[in-house]
Write a protein that binds this ligand. Structure first.
Ligand code: ADP
Ligand code: MG
Length: 271
Protein backbone atom coordinates (compact mmCIF):
# COMPACT_ATOMS: atom_id res chain seq x y z
CA UNK A 1 0.00 0.00 0.00
CA UNK A 2 1.35 3.42 -0.92
CA UNK A 3 0.42 6.87 0.30
CA UNK A 4 -0.14 7.89 3.86
CA UNK A 5 -2.95 5.55 4.83
CA UNK A 6 -2.10 2.63 7.06
CA UNK A 7 -3.95 -0.66 7.13
CA UNK A 8 -6.82 -0.24 9.56
CA UNK A 9 -6.92 3.54 9.35
CA UNK A 10 -10.06 5.30 8.18
CA UNK A 11 -10.24 5.52 4.40
CA UNK A 12 -13.95 6.26 3.78
CA UNK A 13 -16.12 8.55 5.86
CA UNK A 14 -19.68 9.28 4.84
CA UNK A 15 -21.51 11.74 7.08
CA UNK A 16 -25.22 12.53 6.92
CA UNK A 17 -25.29 11.94 3.20
CA UNK A 18 -28.53 12.66 1.37
CA UNK A 19 -29.26 12.60 -2.33
CA UNK A 20 -32.38 13.86 -4.02
CA UNK A 21 -32.25 13.50 -7.82
CA UNK A 22 -33.61 16.25 -10.08
CA UNK A 23 -36.67 14.06 -10.58
CA UNK A 24 -37.49 14.48 -6.91
CA UNK A 25 -36.53 10.91 -5.99
CA UNK A 26 -34.93 10.73 -2.57
CA UNK A 27 -32.29 8.06 -3.18
CA UNK A 28 -30.31 8.49 0.06
CA UNK A 29 -31.38 9.93 3.38
CA UNK A 30 -28.99 10.84 6.18
CA UNK A 31 -26.55 7.97 5.62
CA UNK A 32 -23.42 7.83 7.80
CA UNK A 33 -20.73 5.17 8.03
CA UNK A 34 -16.99 4.85 7.78
CA UNK A 35 -14.62 2.13 6.62
CA UNK A 36 -11.00 1.36 7.34
CA UNK A 37 -8.24 0.49 4.92
CA UNK A 38 -8.34 -3.21 4.12
CA UNK A 39 -11.94 -3.70 5.25
CA UNK A 40 -14.39 -5.69 3.11
CA UNK A 41 -17.99 -4.51 3.18
CA UNK A 42 -21.12 -5.95 1.68
CA UNK A 43 -23.74 -3.38 0.77
CA UNK A 44 -27.17 -4.98 0.80
CA UNK A 45 -30.59 -3.71 -0.17
CA UNK A 46 -33.39 -4.34 -2.62
CA UNK A 47 -33.56 -2.66 -6.02
CA UNK A 48 -33.97 1.05 -5.68
CA UNK A 49 -32.73 1.19 -2.08
CA UNK A 50 -29.86 3.50 -3.08
CA UNK A 51 -26.86 1.16 -3.29
CA UNK A 52 -25.59 2.37 -6.67
CA UNK A 53 -26.19 5.99 -5.74
CA UNK A 54 -24.13 5.52 -2.59
CA UNK A 55 -21.27 3.94 -4.52
CA UNK A 56 -21.37 6.74 -7.11
CA UNK A 57 -21.16 9.31 -4.33
CA UNK A 58 -17.94 7.65 -3.20
CA UNK A 59 -16.13 8.48 -6.43
CA UNK A 60 -17.89 11.71 -7.25
CA UNK A 61 -20.04 10.42 -10.12
CA UNK A 62 -23.08 11.58 -8.18
CA UNK A 63 -23.06 14.89 -6.33
CA UNK A 64 -24.68 14.71 -2.89
CA UNK A 65 -27.59 17.01 -2.07
CA UNK A 66 -26.25 17.35 1.46
CA UNK A 67 -23.77 15.75 3.78
CA UNK A 68 -20.15 14.93 3.22
CA UNK A 69 -18.16 12.15 1.61
CA UNK A 70 -14.49 11.81 2.35
CA UNK A 71 -12.53 9.15 0.47
CA UNK A 72 -8.77 8.69 0.82
CA UNK A 73 -8.58 12.11 2.42
CA UNK A 74 -10.36 13.84 -0.46
CA UNK A 75 -13.58 15.70 0.31
CA UNK A 76 -15.41 14.38 -2.76
CA UNK A 77 -18.21 16.93 -3.11
CA UNK A 78 -15.88 19.93 -3.06
CA UNK A 79 -13.00 18.33 -5.01
CA UNK A 80 -11.87 19.94 -8.25
CA UNK A 81 -11.58 18.01 -11.52
CA UNK A 82 -7.92 17.26 -11.01
CA UNK A 83 -8.46 15.97 -7.48
CA UNK A 84 -11.38 13.85 -8.66
CA UNK A 85 -9.31 12.30 -11.43
CA UNK A 86 -6.57 11.49 -8.94
CA UNK A 87 -9.14 9.97 -6.61
CA UNK A 88 -10.81 7.90 -9.34
CA UNK A 89 -7.49 6.37 -10.30
CA UNK A 90 -7.34 4.96 -6.80
CA UNK A 91 -10.90 3.70 -6.83
CA UNK A 92 -11.45 0.67 -9.06
CA UNK A 93 -14.93 -0.22 -10.31
CA UNK A 94 -16.47 -3.56 -11.14
CA UNK A 95 -19.91 -3.41 -12.72
CA UNK A 96 -22.77 -5.80 -13.23
CA UNK A 97 -22.66 -5.13 -16.97
CA UNK A 98 -19.23 -6.11 -18.17
CA UNK A 99 -17.99 -3.56 -20.67
CA UNK A 100 -15.35 -5.42 -22.63
CA UNK A 101 -14.70 -4.68 -26.29
CA UNK A 102 -16.05 -7.91 -27.69
CA UNK A 103 -13.93 -8.04 -30.85
CA UNK A 104 -10.64 -7.29 -29.11
CA UNK A 105 -8.42 -9.86 -27.46
CA UNK A 106 -8.62 -10.43 -23.73
CA UNK A 107 -5.11 -8.97 -23.37
CA UNK A 108 -6.00 -5.82 -25.35
CA UNK A 109 -9.04 -5.30 -23.19
CA UNK A 110 -6.90 -5.36 -20.07
CA UNK A 111 -4.22 -3.07 -21.58
CA UNK A 112 -6.74 -0.53 -22.84
CA UNK A 113 -8.33 -0.35 -19.43
CA UNK A 114 -5.07 0.95 -18.05
CA UNK A 115 -4.79 3.83 -20.54
CA UNK A 116 -6.06 6.26 -17.94
CA UNK A 117 -3.01 5.46 -15.89
CA UNK A 118 -0.45 6.35 -18.59
CA UNK A 119 0.89 9.82 -18.02
CA UNK A 120 0.67 10.76 -21.69
CA UNK A 121 -0.20 9.30 -25.06
CA UNK A 122 3.44 9.58 -26.04
CA UNK A 123 4.42 7.50 -23.06
CA UNK A 124 1.73 4.99 -23.93
CA UNK A 125 2.81 4.59 -27.54
CA UNK A 126 6.47 4.30 -26.65
CA UNK A 127 7.69 0.76 -27.22
CA UNK A 128 9.04 0.33 -23.70
CA UNK A 129 5.88 1.49 -22.01
CA UNK A 130 3.92 -0.79 -24.27
CA UNK A 131 6.01 -3.81 -23.39
CA UNK A 132 5.73 -2.97 -19.72
CA UNK A 133 1.96 -2.60 -19.99
CA UNK A 134 1.72 -5.96 -21.73
CA UNK A 135 3.65 -7.61 -18.96
CA UNK A 136 1.57 -5.96 -16.25
CA UNK A 137 -1.58 -6.98 -18.10
CA UNK A 138 -0.39 -10.58 -18.37
CA UNK A 139 0.40 -10.57 -14.65
CA UNK A 140 -3.10 -9.30 -13.89
CA UNK A 141 -4.64 -11.97 -16.13
CA UNK A 142 -2.53 -14.57 -14.40
CA UNK A 143 -3.92 -13.41 -11.04
CA UNK A 144 -7.48 -14.03 -12.20
CA UNK A 145 -6.48 -17.38 -13.71
CA UNK A 146 -6.92 -16.35 -17.34
CA UNK A 147 -3.40 -15.95 -18.70
CA UNK A 148 -3.97 -18.93 -20.97
CA UNK A 149 -6.81 -17.22 -22.85
CA UNK A 150 -5.10 -13.83 -23.26
CA UNK A 151 -5.08 -14.08 -27.06
CA UNK A 152 -8.76 -15.01 -27.42
CA UNK A 153 -11.40 -12.54 -28.41
CA UNK A 154 -13.31 -11.32 -25.37
CA UNK A 155 -16.63 -12.48 -26.84
CA UNK A 156 -15.41 -16.08 -26.82
CA UNK A 157 -15.27 -16.14 -23.03
CA UNK A 158 -18.07 -17.08 -20.66
CA UNK A 159 -19.76 -14.38 -18.60
CA UNK A 160 -17.82 -15.36 -15.49
CA UNK A 161 -14.52 -15.27 -17.36
CA UNK A 162 -15.39 -11.87 -18.84
CA UNK A 163 -16.05 -10.51 -15.37
CA UNK A 164 -12.65 -11.82 -14.28
CA UNK A 165 -11.07 -10.01 -17.25
CA UNK A 166 -12.81 -6.86 -16.07
CA UNK A 167 -11.30 -7.43 -12.62
CA UNK A 168 -7.84 -7.88 -14.16
CA UNK A 169 -8.32 -4.62 -16.08
CA UNK A 170 -9.33 -2.88 -12.88
CA UNK A 171 -6.25 -4.28 -11.07
CA UNK A 172 -3.94 -2.63 -13.56
CA UNK A 173 -5.20 0.66 -12.26
CA UNK A 174 -3.61 -0.27 -8.89
CA UNK A 175 -6.61 0.84 -6.84
CA UNK A 176 -6.76 1.18 -3.09
CA UNK A 177 -10.52 0.93 -2.95
CA UNK A 178 -12.71 -1.32 -5.10
CA UNK A 179 -16.38 -0.58 -5.63
CA UNK A 180 -18.14 -3.63 -7.03
CA UNK A 181 -21.76 -2.97 -8.00
CA UNK A 182 -23.63 -6.26 -8.18
CA UNK A 183 -20.64 -7.94 -9.84
CA UNK A 184 -22.30 -11.35 -10.00
CA UNK A 185 -25.95 -10.47 -10.56
CA UNK A 186 -25.77 -11.42 -14.24
CA UNK A 187 -23.89 -14.69 -13.66
CA UNK A 188 -25.04 -18.19 -12.80
CA UNK A 189 -24.36 -19.21 -9.18
CA UNK A 190 -21.18 -21.17 -9.91
CA UNK A 191 -19.59 -18.44 -12.01
CA UNK A 192 -20.75 -15.93 -9.42
CA UNK A 193 -19.00 -17.86 -6.68
CA UNK A 194 -15.76 -17.95 -8.69
CA UNK A 195 -15.88 -14.20 -9.25
CA UNK A 196 -16.61 -13.51 -5.58
CA UNK A 197 -13.80 -15.82 -4.46
CA UNK A 198 -11.47 -13.95 -6.75
CA UNK A 199 -12.51 -10.50 -5.56
CA UNK A 200 -12.15 -11.46 -1.92
CA UNK A 201 -8.83 -13.17 -2.42
CA UNK A 202 -7.39 -10.19 -4.28
CA UNK A 203 -8.78 -7.74 -1.74
CA UNK A 204 -7.04 -9.68 0.99
CA UNK A 205 -3.74 -10.05 -0.85
CA UNK A 206 -3.61 -6.38 -1.80
CA UNK A 207 -5.13 -5.07 1.43
CA UNK A 208 -7.81 -3.39 -0.67
CA UNK A 209 -10.88 -1.82 0.80
CA UNK A 210 -13.81 -3.51 -0.93
CA UNK A 211 -17.38 -2.24 -1.03
CA UNK A 212 -19.46 -4.84 -2.83
CA UNK A 213 -23.20 -4.55 -3.41
CA UNK A 214 -25.08 -7.82 -3.58
CA UNK A 215 -28.54 -9.10 -4.15
CA UNK A 216 -27.89 -12.70 -3.22
CA UNK A 217 -28.38 -13.28 0.44
CA UNK A 218 -26.51 -16.61 0.53
CA UNK A 219 -23.51 -14.94 -1.07
CA UNK A 220 -23.64 -12.12 1.42
CA UNK A 221 -23.63 -14.71 4.20
CA UNK A 222 -20.61 -16.46 2.71
CA UNK A 223 -18.46 -13.40 2.12
CA UNK A 224 -19.60 -10.48 4.18
CA UNK A 225 -17.42 -9.74 7.12
CA UNK A 226 -19.24 -6.49 7.63
CA UNK A 227 -22.62 -5.69 6.20
CA UNK A 228 -24.26 -2.37 5.56
CA UNK A 229 -27.88 -2.43 4.49
CA UNK A 230 -29.97 0.28 2.92
CA UNK A 231 -33.72 0.40 3.03
CA UNK A 232 -35.37 3.09 0.94
CA UNK A 233 -32.24 5.19 1.07
CA UNK A 234 -31.74 4.96 4.82
CA UNK A 235 -29.02 3.02 6.59
CA UNK A 236 -30.82 0.06 8.09
CA UNK A 237 -27.96 -2.09 9.36
CA UNK A 238 -24.25 -1.67 9.94
CA UNK A 239 -22.89 -4.72 11.66
CA UNK A 240 -20.97 -7.96 11.26
CA UNK A 241 -22.60 -10.66 9.20
CA UNK A 242 -22.32 -13.20 12.00
CA UNK A 243 -24.55 -11.01 14.14
CA UNK A 244 -27.30 -10.55 11.56
CA UNK A 245 -30.40 -12.70 11.95
CA UNK A 246 -32.24 -13.96 8.86
CA UNK A 247 -35.35 -12.15 10.03
CA UNK A 248 -33.49 -8.85 9.87
CA UNK A 249 -32.37 -9.52 6.32
CA UNK A 250 -35.69 -10.87 5.08
CA UNK A 251 -37.27 -7.43 5.06
CA UNK A 252 -34.52 -6.07 2.84
CA UNK A 253 -35.47 -8.39 0.04
CA UNK A 254 -38.73 -7.96 -1.68
CA UNK A 255 -37.76 -9.95 -4.76
CA UNK A 256 -35.25 -12.33 -6.28
CA UNK A 257 -32.13 -11.24 -8.10
CA UNK A 258 -32.86 -10.15 -11.65
CA UNK A 259 -30.77 -10.67 -14.76
CA UNK A 260 -30.89 -7.02 -15.69
CA UNK A 261 -30.81 -3.73 -13.85
CA UNK A 262 -34.23 -2.16 -13.46
CA UNK A 263 -35.14 0.33 -16.16
CA UNK A 264 -33.49 3.52 -14.95
CA UNK A 265 -35.68 6.37 -13.90
CA UNK A 266 -35.95 9.41 -16.20
CA UNK A 267 -32.44 10.76 -16.62
CA UNK A 268 -32.75 13.43 -19.28
CA UNK A 269 -33.40 17.12 -18.97
CA UNK A 270 -36.99 18.05 -18.36
CA UNK A 271 -38.44 20.47 -20.91
P1 ADP B 1 -30.05 0.45 -6.15
O1 ADP B 1 -28.68 0.46 -6.74
O2 ADP B 1 -30.10 0.01 -4.74
O3 ADP B 1 -31.01 -0.33 -7.00
P2 ADP B 1 -30.19 3.21 -7.00
O4 ADP B 1 -29.16 3.98 -6.28
O5 ADP B 1 -29.90 2.81 -8.40
O6 ADP B 1 -30.61 1.94 -6.13
O7 ADP B 1 -31.54 4.03 -7.02
C1 ADP B 1 -32.11 4.61 -5.86
C2 ADP B 1 -33.33 5.43 -6.30
O8 ADP B 1 -32.92 6.54 -7.06
C3 ADP B 1 -34.30 4.65 -7.18
O9 ADP B 1 -35.61 5.10 -6.90
C4 ADP B 1 -33.90 5.07 -8.58
O10 ADP B 1 -34.98 4.97 -9.47
C5 ADP B 1 -33.46 6.49 -8.36
N1 ADP B 1 -32.42 6.92 -9.31
C6 ADP B 1 -31.23 6.31 -9.54
N2 ADP B 1 -30.51 6.99 -10.45
C7 ADP B 1 -31.26 8.06 -10.81
C8 ADP B 1 -31.06 9.14 -11.70
N3 ADP B 1 -29.93 9.29 -12.42
N4 ADP B 1 -32.04 10.06 -11.82
C9 ADP B 1 -33.18 9.96 -11.10
N5 ADP B 1 -33.42 8.95 -10.23
C10 ADP B 1 -32.48 8.02 -10.07
MG1 MG C 1 -27.85 -0.62 -8.31
Amino acid sequence: MTGTEVLGSEIIRVSRLSKIYDTGTQALLDVSFSANAGETLILLGSNGSGKSTLQKCLNGLVQPTSGSVNVLGTEVSSAGKKQLRALRRQVGMVHQRINLVRELSVLSNVIHGSLGWATSARNWFGATAKQEQRELAMDALDRVGLASVAARRAEQLSGGQQQRVAIARMLLQRPKIVLADEPVAALDPRAGRAVMDMLWQIAEEESLTLVCTLHQLELARAYGSRVIALRQGRLDLDTHMAEVRDSELAGLYTHEATEEEPVPAFQGVRP
